[in-house]
Design a binder for this molecule. Structure first.
Ligand code: PLP
Length: 421
């Protein structure tokens, strides 16, 4: 007998239907897996995803082990922690901002999370659905996708120029991969520096223009500094709060992933200043961005893993920071090797300085996905097609320095020998 279906009133979120195809990285994985299935025994070198390759450092491991020992003993066992994060870790982060970025952040303004991806995706939920969103183009896909899924855009355009309703701020060679402020009013502005994918680092002057714009328009900047530890040139800003007025208009999101190897451990933080002003709130009101983010985190989140947070405290000790600098130096040497390789082959290469990402022009104006296929088929190297990061990414590809040296060297050799230019 045929099964009868029961009609229900539940409907799926219609905004998810607008999302173009899959999320970029699973899409890459699908293509690579299909290639691997047809080429058994072929060595594929993955320089596509920004995932760390080196193990955790000694001080982090020591602190995590101590965290486990505490959980193993009845006298020191703890269960749930504060949703906003371990107080000692928040204090260490506040001190770290003061010592290294010369900015004053209160520990209550720091919210510990399970990573910057979640924070950069969740933060939009405390803002009105009618807010107009501006993104750097190209950009880390989470900013656009989470706003599309939450109803702040129309559909994806047929000519691939992006989602209607989202303001794309083109970043290209002619503006040094940092945009001008929008010509119209926008409410939420995503800025990532050092930038994923272009590797560009914003200067004080460039950030000041956005802070001035945001204060004039009562807009909010969502500043993603996940790669700030890669800034070796100390005159470049590592936090937006070094810019006068930023506490009134900017939220900063960051992570332990890329500099301490926590991509699998999961630990990040967001900073929402109590001084932040929106069109409908000012400091001291019952509802501010700070109080709403606090409400959001205590309602939807139960705190990051206590073991991960113990490791985070270890990473912020002097010894932990010194050891992490070793990881950063290693990846930056990878970036140099890759940059030299592509330059010697005649590619136009950006990034790779103060950033673990290279942003490279495809040869002969090839489409990004066509070049992705060429790199997979000829040298068997996985890169990331630039168009996956937004319309202005077409004609570029991203190369990640997050890999073991032997893979970087094998990739370089294979590119030199097998890529037909
Ligand atoms: N922000 C940017 C710009 C990223 O590139 C990434 C990861 O690739 C993240 C955030 C995610 O960091 P996390 O591992 O802390 O979620």
């Amino acid at each position: 007998m045929a099964e009868q279906t029961v009609a229900t009133g539940a409907r799926l979120n219609p905004h998810y239907r607008k999302l173009a195809a899959g999320y970029l990285f699973p899409q890459i994985k699908k293509r690579v897996n299909a290639f691997a299935a047809g080429h058994e025994g072929t060595r594929i070198i993955r320089l596509g995803i920004g995932d760390t390759a080196l193990p955790l450092t000694a001080t982090v491991i020591e602190h995590m082990h101590k965290g486990i020992d505490k959980l193993a003993d009845q006298k020191t066992y703890t269960g749930y922690g504060d949703e906003q994060g371990n107080t000692a870790l928040r204090e260490e982060l506040a001190k770290y901002y003061w010592k290294t970025r010369f900015v004053n952040v209160e520990k209550e303004e720091i919210f510990i999370s399970d990573g910057a991806k979640c924070d950069s995706g969740n933060i939009q939920s405390i803002f009105d659905v009618k807010n107009v969103v501006a993104v750097q183009d190209p950009a880390y896909p989470v900013y656009v996708d989470t706003n599309v899924a939450s109803g702040r855009s129309g559909g994806f355009s047929i000519d691939l120029s992006g989602y209607s309703g989202i303001v794309y701020m083109p970043c290209n060679a002619s503006n040094g991969f940092f945009p001008s402020v929008p010509e119209q009013h926008v409410d939420l502005i995503y800025i990532c520096s050092p930038n994923n994918p272009t590797g560009a680092v914003a200067t004080d002057e460039q950030l000041k223009r956005f802070v001035d714009y945001a204060r004039a328009e009562k807009a909010v900047i969502l500043f993603d500094s996940a790669y700030s530890m890669y800034i070796g040139d100390n005159w470049l800003p590592k936090s937006i709060y070094g810019i006068p007025g930023a506490r009134e208009c900017a939220i900063e999101i960051s992570s332990f992933s890329k500099w301490a190897g926590f991509t699998g451990v999961r630990l990040g933080w967001s900073i929402v200043p109590k001084a932040l002003i929106t069109a409908d709130s000012k400091p001291g009101d019952a509802h501010t961005a700070w109080s709403m983010w606090s409400r959001r985190q205590t309602t939807f989140f139960n705190g990051a893993s206590s073991i991960a947070q113990a490791g985070g405290i270890g990473a912020l000790t002097d010894k932990g920071l010194m050891e992490s600098q070793g990881l950063i130096d290693y990846y930056m040497e990878n970036a140099k090797i890759l940059r030299d390789c592509f330059r010697r082959l005649g590619f136009v290469v950006y990034g790779g300085k103060n950033s673990p990402f290279l942003w490279v022009m495809t040869p002969n104006s090839m489409k990004s996905w066509d070049f992705f296929d060429k790199m997979l088929n000829e040298p068997h190297v996985v890169i990331t097609p630039g168009s996956g990061f937004g319309p202005s990414g077409e004609g570029y590809f991203r190369v990640s320095a997050f890999a073991l040296r032997e893979d970087i060297l094998a990739g370089v050799e294979s590119i030199k020998s097998n890529l037909k230019l």
